[in-house]
Design a protein around this ligand. Sequence first.
Ligand code: HSE
Length: 373
Amino acid sequence: MRIGLLGFGVVGRGVYELTAPRDDMTVAKVVCLEDVTLPDAQVTKDFKDVLNDPTIDTVVEAMGGLHPAYEFVKAAIEAGKHIVTSNKALVATFYDELIPLAQEKGVCFRCTAAVGGGIGWLSELERARRMQTIEKVGGIMNGTCNYILDSMTRLGLGYADALKQAQQLGYAEANPTTDVEGIDTWHKVILSSNVAFGIRLDTATVPVAGISRIQATDVENFTAHGLVCKLISTGKCKDGKISAYVQPTLVKQGEPESAVPANYNLITFVGSASDRMSFYGQGAGRYPTAYNVVQDCADVLLGKGFYSPCGEKVAAENTDTLCYYVRGGMDAWLQENTAETWGDAVITKPVSVEAMHRWLKDQPEAFIAALAE
Ligand code: HSE
């Protein structure tokens, strides 16, 4: 395999290093805008040097962001090159277009590092769905948010200090809003649901609430009630009906999710034969992420295409009812749905996920967290 590597940042450099000792794959060209010199690969600023090189059979995209990653990946597929990418925003956003295109052109498209960094999550979902129906996917999918919530809970750090540390450690995206507003987790649960259920989720029907409004008083409230706040994603398929959402969630101390430290991820599927299977590990960082990119390259060498068929477009129907912790934004709807009070926050009666997120859209200050089922 001769690889054209797009991007030489955290992940790209890791891919270069991890492929260097291998006989079965070679990074032949690197596209990057910085002045980098490599002993054994040509460095270029022009993607066409990769696109028009017939000796390059595989493009590894490690640039991140939507543009020009989308244009480059699409052109590479059209030129008959296999794709390996760690870019969850790209795959979740352009799933409808890129996956069918890759299948039409007969090229492999792998993106295991896009969810869970170094965890073999999508590749295991691919195996899991060969012999059972997947009923549920989700869990802790963002290292930055987990780092912030864990630092606030266990170390008593303030939100801003915890975020700063996560950025310094290289976990956060270039724009950390993507992490703390839950968008990164949203991309990951959309992609996981598509693979697990063999569908194409209508992304506009998947609501997301992040952690940016959490305060130290909320954390004190949770601890006093034996609860730990985590940013949890959920994708479910029951009787052909899909629900999918991302929200801060209060789990009981002692539950596996409550104990996940620092930047780690804990991702779970529930299958009709296997029941609950959870995957724990480094969800971000150079070598864990590059590890899964190189694993994907090895799978491309085995001829493995995408993980599951690109099924029908489906809207999520988030009719599940949950109780929520809500601080801020008291109004008639919230008053009517309040079951009890915790300090300056309230706990709601069971309300649908859809109704809670619809209410939150008009609340610039409120923080919500679901009580785990
Ligand atoms: N910013 C992401 C995280 C990186 O914190 O999990 C891995 O997708």
